[in-house]
Design a protein around this ligand. Structure first.
Ligand SMILES: NC(=O)c1ccc[n+]([C@@H]2O[C@H](COP(=O)([O-])OP(=O)(O)OC[C@H]3O[C@@H](n4cnc5c(N)ncnc54)[C@H](O)[C@@H]3O)[C@@H](O)[C@H]2O)c1
Length: 334
């Protein structure tokens, strides 16, 4: 069988994509691209059989590339994804899929014109062992009926906003850049689309820097069926990178915080909740890629499929719009 050829645009986190494609027995890294020519040395050392280019247009449409991983800056994703789909290539996109709802709609329409193509996005929290365990306990009914879910994306890397490309982007969104992970996680856990949101935010932590903010955003979300969610994107926090997650059900409460992971099954303060000895992260940024290749090969289902990506993005666009307009909004379906 001919191996699937992978092309990767952007060799920051994209290096981890390249590793994951190279590790799959039915895949080969065919083409690497980075606009920074200094990345050529890494590319040639790690993937000597792959082409290297500095212009994504050389990779998109390259007949040796069947699947394109888009790991460029957020503002470049939409154009590259659309071009790859038009060229008949599958797409694995870094998050956020794109930065504007119109672009997401255009991507959706282009994908519909190519039913043979697959699209996914690197919404990696679904792979974290602790959240997989939570998901299976939810599905088994251990928590009862879920009525509230809360998640904080504590970024803990303020310098990446005030010094890096994120801060130089005209309207960088902490919701699209970080809250997107929590939005996807809550959608996956609750198993229902979001219908209504209200966001508030501020920019205390980055005050005085070139970053125009907000660097903190907090959104309330109502999911179909009535469960309520809270999603925060806290880029300026004085705290190491961490994802707090609590899920409240009618029978039990799951909490995951810096002090550990617990399943509370009693309201009695004398009853200590059992501590769940779970691995928190323990996965790499390319870990969704193997399943995506299986879906491309028709042998399985990607952990994050195109519908999941659009559900997540429509929620994030509504959260972002509410943050800017300061009014509650209905989520517009993509
Ligand atoms: N899923 C995750 O958890 C996760 C983690 C980190 C980054 N990301 C996403 O990955 C993307 C890249 O972020 P990063 O942290 O790797 O940034 P980075 O600055 O570390 O690396 C980006 C690389 O892409 C190159 N590049 C940028 N635009 C390009 C273009 N149009 N064509 C060719 N090369 C281009 C840059 O030269 C740079 O080498 C962003 O969209 C970011 O949100 C996702």
């Amino acid at each position: 069988m001919k191996k699937i050829g992978a092309g990767i645009i952007g060799l920051g986190v994209g290096r981890q994509h390249a590793l994951a494609f190279a590790a799959h027995p039915d895949c080969r890294v065919a083409h690497l691209c980075d606009s920074d020519p200094a990345q050529r040395a890494w590319a040639e050392k790690q993937h000597p059989d792959a082409k290297f280019s500095t212009d994504a247009r050389d990779l998109i449409g390259d007949p040796a590339v069947d699947v394109v991983a888009v790991a460029s800056y957020d503002d470049d994703h939409a154009g590259q994804i659309l071009a790859a789909l038009k060229a008949g290539q599958h797409v694995f996109a870094e998050k956020p899929l794109c930065t504007r709802a119109e672009d997401a709609a255009a991507i959706r329409a282009e994908l519909a014109r190519h039913p043979e193509l697959r699209l996914s996005s690197n919404l990696i929290l679904r792979r974290y062992p602790v959240f997989r365990e939570l998901q299976s306990r939810l599905r088994a009914g251990e928590l009862g009926e879920v009525y509230a879910l809360e998640g904080d994306y504590n970024y803990g890397r303020l310098h990446k906003l005030t010094e890096g490309w994120r801060g130089r982007s005209a309207d960088y969104s902490v919701i699209l850049g970080g809250g997107v992970h929590i939005a996807d996680l809550l959608l996956w856990l609750v198993g229902a689309p979001a219908e209504e949101v209200y966001s508030l935010g501020n920019a205390f932590a980055s005050r005085g820097s070139a970053f125009p903010g907000p660097d903190y955003a907090c959104s309330l979300v109502r999911f179909r069926g009535g469960a309520v969610g809270k999603v925060s994107a806290n880029f300026g926090c004085v705290h190491p990178h961490f994802h707090n997650v609590s899920v409240y059900g009618t029978r039990a409460t799951f909490t995951h915080g810096p002090a550990g992971t617990f399943l509370h099954t009693s309201r009695d303060p004398a009853v200590a909740p059992p501590r769940l000895d779970l691995h928190y992260a323990g996965c790499a940024n390319g870990d969704l890629i193997a399943d995506f290749i299986e879906e491309i090969l028709g042998r399985g289902r990607a952990e994050v499929n195109a519908e999941d990506v659009f559900r997540c993005m429509e929620l994030c666009f509504a959260m972002e719009k509410s943050l800017r307009s300061r009014v509650p909004l209905a989520v517009t379906r993509l």
